[in-house]
Every structure is written in C-alpha cells, then in structure tokens.
Design a protein around this ligand. Structure first.
Ligand code: AMP
Length: 194
C-alpha cells in the first residue's frame, strides 16, 4: 500500500502515522523529520533548507522532491510506504505522480485527517510546550496553518479528482481515530483486489 497522509499541522498525523507503519510494516517517510535531521547534521542540504524553513515556511519543492525520490528508490519501499508531510504543494504532487508512473505505480490512498481550527491551534501550542520544538511558537504556528491553507489545501481537490481521497475525522481518542483509518484502508484493499 502506498499511502499519503494529509492534514494540517497539529491534526495528529505524526501519532497516527507511527501506529499505522507499525501495524502495516511499511516505512514511514516524514519529510519534516528528514529535513530536521539534515539541519541537525548541518549537511549542505540542511544549511540550505534551514533558511527556507524559517518562520514556518516550506522548503523548496526541488529539494524536497529530490529527497523523497531518493528515499522511495530504496529497497524497503518496494512493498509500499506511508508519506507523511509530503506532498505539500501541487508541484510536489505532480512530480510524485510522474515518478511513480515511470514504474507503472500509483498512490493507493490519501488519508485526509481533519479537525477544526481552534482545536488545531490548541494542540500545537500544547505540543510546543511539551516537546520544546524550535519551529513551534505562536507566530510560526499561525504561519504554518496559513501556509497549509494556501499551499496544501489544493491537494485535497487534486486527490479527490483522482478518486483516492478519504476523509478521516481526527476528533476522538488516538485509538478511535486509528480504527477509522484501518477501516478505510481495509476497504481500499478490498476494492483493489476486486
Ligand atoms: P512537519 O514535520 O511535516 O510539520 O514539517 C516541518 C517543516 O518542514 C514544515 O513547516 C516545512 O518547513 C518543512 N517541510 C516538511 N515537509 C515539507 C514538504 N513536503 N515541502 C516543503 N517543506 C516541507
């Protein structure tokens, strides 16, 4: 299963992604994590994206696409993967589709996890306090939510048109949300076999 996880910052994608990859035994590909690691290691790429990502903005499409393509070419991705935080823009989504089409592959499911704005903001501020994440303060949180609406929201339409989009209600306990996700994926798998 090739799965994309969409959803605004703070919606619980990270937690649900982890549970899902543990359950399906597929690699978890988080571009945010990959970029943060590059910044931590002070690699050439890390130095470049650090400036781009300042203030909650996105890293450049070419850089992120290249990073993901290299990752997907690794052997552990042969039987599927979960993309978390990628694609985030229409050009990224189009590049991904092109790269997959070369090998006659396609995304099986796009999970769109949703909760309302106030709840999101509250969760992000809470996480900032707990994790001491450098990119989580009130101003950058607002900026990241804005960037999501501008750049990432159009993807919902893009995948809806491809008929691979599934909306998941992100309110409830971690387990409740996870059960909803498993239910959707089970149905996708059945449809794929039919
Ligand atoms: P995340 O951990 O997914 O919330 O990502 C944290 C930050 O990494 C984002 O605010 C962006 O600056 C950057 N980032 C992660 N994924 C992407 C992507 N696909 N395209 C551009 N920037 C990204």
């Amino acid at each position: 299963m090739r799965i994309i996880f969409l959803g605004p910052p703070g919606v619980g994608k990270g937690t649900q992604s982890q549970k899902l990859v543990d359950s399906l035994h597929i690699p978890h590909i988080s571009t945010g994590e990959m970029l943060r690691e590059a910044i931590r290691q002070k690699t050439e790429l890390g130095l470049k994206v650090a400036a781009q990502m300042e203030g909650g903005r996105l890293a450049a499409d070419e850089i992120v696409v290249q990073l993901v393509r290299q990752r997907l070419a690794q052997s552990d991705c042969r039987n599927g993967y979960l993309l978390d935080g990628f694609p985030r823009t229409l050009p990224q989504a189009a590049s991904l589709d092109l790269a997959l089409a070369v090998d006659d592959e396609a995304i099986d499911a796009v999970l769109n996890l949703t909760v309302d704005q106030d709840e999101l903001f509250r969760r992000l501020m809470d996480r900032a306090k707990k994790e001491d994440r450098g990119d989580d303060n009130e101003e950058t949180i607002r900026k990241r939510m804005e960037v999501y609406d501008d750049m990432t929201f159009p993807l919902i339409n893009y995948y809806h048109e491809q008929q691979v989009l599934h909306r998941i209600d992100g309110l409830g306990t971690v387990e409740e949300v996870f059960e909803r996700i498993l239910g959707v994926l089970k149905k996708v798998e059945q449809d794929k076999k039919a």
